[in-house]
Ligand binder design. Structure first.
Ligand code: NIG
Ligand code: FE
Length: 403
């Protein structure tokens, strides 16, 4: 069925960059975009329905390409500790941090995790998010990682959102493997990844490459196994120190490397050559009160695609707003509002391996878009969170239940 959407302007991201059509028209056929362009050039056609968008600005549906939104418990007490001057690394070394969320996540039932994650995901959907990535990584054994990944799959069945599931079994060393990190990596490579992948629960594989997590050599073993299983990889790299994880990720053709505050020019070059997306996470930078900025100038000079995500997680970025992250990317990392918008649409899609189907308003792509009641697209990065008036269209259908 063909639908004609009229009376709008569009920030299309067509052709791989921020681009605009004033007084646009859009035609959807089934769940896809069949035509988009200036209204004056609209071809004559027999449309089943014509919908008036009331002069709103269209953007692609927003994509949050890095979240950990399935977890048990919360870490507000740790937040208070950090405000007293205790560092994230000190808390982790004392058995708090990720390990405390692992305890709470292991103790929670699948239903409890689903209910809590649904509430968090709804916050994102109310802002116009139509695609989200969610990582495991708070289970750290086969049973609990499987439980998290099943919850992640169920989120995509319960809510009107496309969900990509990333296995982050190599997130932290579980307490039962203390002092035996290589043995845990053996378990991840030989038992967990193959079993979880065989169940169809994994779309990509991620790891945390950091002194307080896993070494580049250990991460490489995980990547090798992912490659054998035919799964794309991503990496938490250069968040707190420089281990050249982003170069390692690039060598494995990673979809993305994420965080990246401590990357150097050689890492940037490697990512540019590999076409890996740099996912910037200003929420974690802000919440940990970091001061080392990602090398924005080098990233731009080498033409690395920049995505922005919430990193929604209980320890370092309890961020329930992707638009607030757009604002922080501008104020903290000096992105332009146009770069910020590309970062949560076009480049976020690429970071999820969805560049062919999502992230821009172009013929053949899935008809996921938001019609915003704003004067200029820059407003999306300007307001600090909050709910803007809008209409969300997913798979060419107007969504009403999450509004
Ligand atoms: O992306 N960097 C590692 N993982 C998460 C933090 C997880 C946590 O502290 O619970 C992140 O910042
Ligand atoms: Fe993360």
């Amino acid at each position: 069925m063909q639908r004609l959407w009229l009376n709008c302007h569009a920030a299309t991201m067509a052709g791989g960059q921020y681009s605009i059509i004033e007084d646009a028209a859009l035609v959807t056929a089934g769940q896809r975009i069949a035509w988009i362009g200036p209204r004056a050039e609209l071809p004559a056609g027999d449309y089943a329905e014509t919908l008036d968008l009331g002069g709103k600005w269209l953007t692609p549906g927003l994509i949050d390409c890095h979240t950990h939104l399935v977890f048990g418990g919360d870490r507000s007490a740790e937040f208070e500790q950090r405000l007293q001057g205790v560092s994230y690394a000190e808390i982790a070394a004392a058995g708090g941090g990720i390990a405390s969320t692992v305890r709470a996540t292991r103790a929670a039932t699948e239903e409890q995790l689903l209910a809590a994650a649904t509430q968090r995901l709804r916050c994102l959907l109310r802002e116009g998010v139509t695609t989200v990535e969610v990582k495991s990584g708070y289970g750290l054994d086969l049973t609990s990682e499987g439980k998290m990944l099943r919850v992640i799959r169920r989120l995509g069945e319960c809510l009107p959102v496309t969900v990509k599931a990333t296995c982050l079994a190599a997130h932290a060393l579980p307490p039962e493997f203390a002092g035996r990190a290589d043995d845990y990596i053996d378990l991840v490579c030989h038992e967990m990844l193959p079993a979880l992948a065989a169940e169809g629960l994994v779309d990509a594989v991620d790891a945390f490459c950091e002194h307080l997590a896993f070494s580049p050599a250990q991460v490489e073993r995980v990547f090798q196994r992912a490659r054998e299983l035919g799964l794309p990889v991503k990496l938490h790299a250069e968040q707190l120190s420089s281990l050249h994880g982003s170069s390692l990720a690039a060598r494995y053709g990673a979809l993305s490397a994420d965080h990246l505050e401590f990357m150097d020019e050689s890492d940037v070059q490697a990512m540019a050559a590999a076409g890996s997306v740099a996912v910037l996470l200003p929420g974690a930078f802000y919440f940990l009160r970091e001061t080392q900025l990602p090398p924005m100038q080098a990233l731009r000079e080498h033409g690395v695609a920049l995505a922005i995500a919430s990193d929604l997680n209980p320890g370092t970025s309890p961020a329930l707003s992707l638009r607030l992250m757009m604002n922080m990317a501008c104020t903290l990392f000096r992105l332009t509002p146009e770069e910020a918008l590309a970062g949560v649409t076009l480049h976020a899609a690429k970071a999820l391996g969805l560049a062919d189907s999502h992230g821009s308003l172009e013929v053949g792509k899935v008809a996921d878009f938001v019609a915003w009641d704003i004067q200029r697209p820059a407003e999306l990065a300007y307001w600090l969170g909050g709910e803007l008036n809008k209409r969300v269209i997913r798979h060419a259908e107007e969504q009403t239940d999450v509004q």
